[in-house]
Design a protein around this ligand. Structure first.
Ligand code: ZN
Length: 324
């Protein structure tokens, strides 16, 4: 796959042709057997999850997990949606390195991003698991049990051994952490996809793991719309686009260049503008739904688009609150 990225540097138009070799070509899996560890660059690999809700076939393998190879071991960004998923990620990692896992980051509280922690801990008992301090607080206050029940019920894996292993090391954003000669920079921009997202930047690989602040080819946040703040997520994506990185690994969907967060940004901006337009005309959320679906027709092939009604209701409430 070749991508043409046009950049302007110091006012001089620079036309940069980025051609990924076949090893770096990103394929999204269509069934669980297709899931692989895909090489993105020298030190970065990604397990791309399926564009599905958790079910008995995928076992909760629906989100992306990032793998960073350092001089002293492997750093994982998001451990997947269950014990079997986490074990699968570890098996895939063993195809490229025998180094141990030395750290795990959970980008936010949604269970498809952290319920694989048990698999990492059973193989690497001392590994530190990082998350935003509010994510740890919310999970400890009962949301972990909710997520365990939701995902294991959907995936039919209630008795398959998935247990709650919570992140134990709190972050608040702006940390610079060193692992095996590589610095990772933690970003938190406020309430966006949730109130406790982190994005993980790898400056040495010019790569950003965005968590679900960016979801590519998928109606953003529609699974858990009550968590998300539309304007906050728009601001978070704009922030991500300003960082000095070339590769964006979204929480769901294909890894790529700036076009990946830009697509999510356009989706959210279009949704917000459409709801605002009909709000200003005095329509209630249920009255504007069909108009907005027509306005957003360009995204009708995105996963979860049929759930747009729930997103509209939450954006409507947020616009109403801002109006007071
Ligand atoms: Zn999420």
């Amino acid at each position: 796959m070749c991508r043409q990225i046009q950049q302007s540097i110091l006012g001089i138009g620079l036309f940069l042709l980025v051609c990924y070799g076949s090893a770096n070509e990103v394929h999204l899996p269509e069934n669980p057997e297709d899931v692989t560890l895909q090489k993105i660059s020298d030190r970065i690999y990604v397990v791309h999850g399926l564009h599905e809700l958790p079910n008995q076939q995928n076992k909760g393998l629906i989100s992306n997990s990032g793998v960073i190879l350092t001089e002293s071991g492997v750093v994982i960004v998001d451990s997947g949606g269950g014990l079997e998923v986490g074990r699968r990620i570890l098996t895939l990692i063993k195809e490229v390195t025998d180094m141990p896992v030395i750290a795990v980051f959970n980008t936010h509280i949604h269970g498809d991003h952290w319920l694989g922690n048990k698999a990492i801990r059973e193989s690497y008992p001392g590994v530190q698991i990082y998350a935003h301090e509010r994510a740890i607080k919310r999970l400890n206050e009962g949301e972990a049990e909710n997520w365990l029940q939701i995902i294991t019920t959907m995936a039919g894996s209630e008795s398959a051994g998935t247990e709650i292993i919570l992140p134990d090391t709190a972050l608040h954003g702006d940390e610079r952490l060193s692992f095996g000669g590589h610095t990772l920079v933690i970003h938190h921009t406020g309430h966006a996809h949730t109130d406790s997202d982190i994005m993980v930047e790898v400056p040495s690989a010019k790569t950003l793991f965005t968590g679900d602040i960016v979801e590519h080819g998928r109606a953003v946040s529609s699974d858990v719309p009550r968590d998300f703040n539309a304007r906050g997520q728009i601001e978070a994506i704009r922030y991500a686009l300003e960082l000095p990185v070339d590769i964006y690994v979204p929480g769901h969907g294909a890894t790529g260049g700036k076009e990946i967060p830009e697509a999510s940004l356009l989706f959210l901006e279009a949704l917000y503008a459409s709801v605002k337009k009909y709000y200003d005309e005095g329509l209630q959320d249920f009255e504007m739904k069909n108009n907005i679906i027509a306005d957003m027709a360009a995204y009708s092939d995105w996963f979860n688009f049929e759930e747009l009604g729930r997103l509209i209701s939450f954006v409507y409430l947020q616009i109403e609150e801002e109006d007071f």
